[in-house]
Design a protein around this ligand. Sequence first.
Ligand SMILES: [Fe+2]
Ligand SMILES: [Fe+2]
Length: 203
Amino acid sequence: MNNLALFLNRSTFGDPINSGNTLSEQEANVLLDEWVKNEKLKVHMKQVAHLMRAFSESKSFGKEIGHKWYLAGLLHDADWDQWPGQHCKKIIAELEDRNLDPDIIRAIASHGPRYFGVEPVTEMDKMLYAFDEISGFVHAYSLMRPEGYVGMEVKGVKKRLKDKTFAAQVSREDINDACERAGISLDYLIQFVIDNQPAANLG
Ligand SMILES: [Fe+2]
Ligand SMILES: [Fe+2]
């Protein structure tokens, strides 16, 4: 969700002194409930959050880092519902006011380099950018399949990606760019989402 966004014209976010400061899952959800009335958007953010944590776990980064990855996913579009013209300036300002860990704020700021003008640098930045568009795309595909995610294959998702009329708002260019930057293949990214995203829809 980036198309109305403005360049942030900044390259540093948060304060290193706040390193390690996070919100609890509950605190983050209170913020989401206040800011986001659109349930579909909330589902999107929960799915991306789940994927981010699962990816961090797959790399054995540990619980604390996994939680930071989770929060970056959960909050990355928090201001889109009510302030699309200020996306993602508003959530960044809010998290800076709350003295949040700069890694989380940076990842949010760089989740759309073409839109916000901030380059993804860390692995967390790059994976948030990568999961953002593909997550919604795979979800849209699951909704049109009678079996949902069951039996879904990478080749089925790729076939839909080639069909420019399906989920037309999803930028294929951004997905490919994100894979390249993250140093992962499109197949790997899609398979990861197929394997991990269904669990995000349970809770
Ligand atoms: Fe966004
Ligand atoms: Fe998003």
